[in-house]
Design a protein around this ligand. Structure first.
Ligand code: BGP
Length: 467
């Protein structure tokens, strides 16, 4: 059997976010964010009525969690600073919020684990949402101010910075499809938000360079962006219309961000199609200069599933929004039925080859990948009560194998962070699907317990041999 290994200086770690782990939603001067607001207004929208307040108790258990990470042989992890915790409503540092992050970064250093810090993980402070959120250009400027304050505050503690996690998700889930609060269904609004987030990213990168020039950052600091690049596929024998569906789907979700972070511009063919459809982007004079600051040092790729599309059977949806594509069900697909996502490990290889060929200088890492399973407690060993999750080992092994093959074939992939190493709160799905190698017991005060897969992960993380 082919024996695959990962490079020695590979980032092998975990991914998490502030709003999904910290808890303490209303302590220490933390402001309300949109998840808190939605939880208070409509708890029925959350699985089992478990709202944002819960996290996974990370603020109290961070030392234990860092020990767990270290014990598994992991060398790095990513979390996010919550804007609503770090700043007050005047845009100034909230000292109690800052103190928590200083302590977390200190403890991580002490544990010998590198922290990657992301600045925004779907967690708009509610007072800014009430001023228009990402539809208001002033909120982009407020975000750039927040980023600058974070760079100055933590610049000597944190090396690796990211502006956004999955910037496509809020336009899609909050504005285009009525999935998340405020559950609008307007493609026009989604495009405004997608455009303004791109501006906010570029303004933040410009402020990063300012912070570097002013001597606030470490010498080897880097700035990046994290996106859910789902490699896009269509039928094997596509029609012209299928290829057109592929162009717009890939253009809006993948190329939009890849062009922004590598060239400092947005894909012109996508913009032209939007304009033909009468979509009005909130473009201001000289925005091309603003966007040109958006180029980053490296990127993260969150990969869970491929995106398979075909030509749509109609041009508009029930709300009058344009339809560019319809899902294509690949006859050979394998599903994670809990989450409704296709499992296709080779997709990460295809992404690596696309970057190698089309963006050859771009360095990247797998910033999220994982499998969430519903009712995992049914898989417990009756005697030891340990979750028997061999499917998690299969999932990660298959993905790591394709990453190793991609690296062998010239991909610039420098790391892998598993999403949800320790079970955490998954937005409106709350604790429905468990991702962790470590179980969090909600009935027992959030106690942590390794699942069966944890021993396997430790072996791979410490040897870099994909067994
Ligand atoms: C990504 C997000 C994460 C995480 C993960 C799993 O899109 O960046 O925050 O939640 O997906 O998805 P879910 O929680 O919806 O199952």
């Amino acid at each position: 059997m082919e024996q695959l290994t990962l490079p020695e200086n590979f980032f092998f770690g975990a991914a998490m976010s502030g709003p999904q782990t910290e808890g303490g939603w209303n302590v220490g001067g933390k402001l309300e964010n949109l998840w808190d607001t939605w939880s208070m207004e409509d708890i029925e929208s959350f699985y089992n009525r478990v709202g944002s307040y819960v996290g996974n108790d990370f603020m109290r258990r961070y030392k234990e969690d860092l020990e767990l990470l270290k014990g598994l042989g992991l060398n790095s992890y990513r979390t996010s600073i919550q804007w609503s915790r770090l700043l007050d409503e005047d845009g100034n540092i909230n000292p109690e919020g800052a103190a928590w992050y200083h302590e977390l970064f200190r403890a991580s250093k002490e544990a010998g684990i590198e922290v990657f810090v992301n600045l925004y993980h779907f967690d708009m402070p509610t007072y800014l949402f009430r001023r228009g959120g990402w539809q208001n250009r002033e909120v982009c400027e407020a975000y750039a101010n927040y980023a600058y304050k974070a760079f100055c505050e933590f610049g000597k503690e944190i090396r690796y910075w990211f502006t956004f996690n999955e910037p496509i998700v809020e336009p899609e889930n909050r504005y285009w499809h009525p999935i998340w609060y405020p559950q609008h269904h307007s493609f026009q609004e989604a495009c405004e938000v997608q455009y303004n987030i791109s501006i906010a990213h570029a303004l933040a990168v410009a402020n990063y360079h300012r912070a570097v020039a002013e001597g606030h950052m470490l010498d080897d600091a880097r700035i990046g962006m994290i996106c859910n690049f789902s490699p896009s596929y269509t039928k094997e024998d596509p029609s012209e219309a299928d290829l057109e569906a592929l162009r717009m789907n890939d253009g809006l979700t993948n190329r939009w961000w890849l062009d922004l972070v590598t060239k400092g511009e947005l894909p012109q063919d996508v913009i032209a199609t939007l304009q033909e459809l009468g979509i009005k982007l909130p473009i201001r004079p000289y925005d091309d200069q603003v966007l040109s600051s958006g180029v980053v040092d490296w990127i993260g790729c969150n990969y869970y599933q491929p995106c398979r599309v075909q030509a749509p059977s109609r041009n508009r949806d029930e709300w009058g929004n344009p339809l560019f594509a319809e899902p294509y069900v690949w006859p050979e697909r394998v599903m994670n039925e809990s989450r409704g996502w296709e499992i296709y490990p080779k997709g990460i290889y295809d992404f690596g080859m696309k970057c190698r060929d089309e963006y050859p200088d771009l360095e990247w890492f797998v910033s999220e990948n994982g499998i969430g399973i519903e009712r995992e407690y049914l898989n417990k060993d009756p005697e030891t009560q340990q979750v028997q999750d061999d499917y998690r080992v299969d999932f990660v092994r298959d993905h790591l194998s394709w990453i190793a093959r991609a690296i062998n074939d010239g991909a610039h992939c420098v790391g892998y962070h598993y999403w949800g190493l320790i079970d955490n709160w998954s937005w409106s799905n709350a604790y429905k699907n468990r991702y962790g190698f470590i179980e969090v017991d909600l009935m027992e005060n959030y106690d942590r317990r390794p699942k069966k897969s944890a021993a396997w992960l430790k072996q791979v993380a410490t040897t870099h041999v994909i067994a």
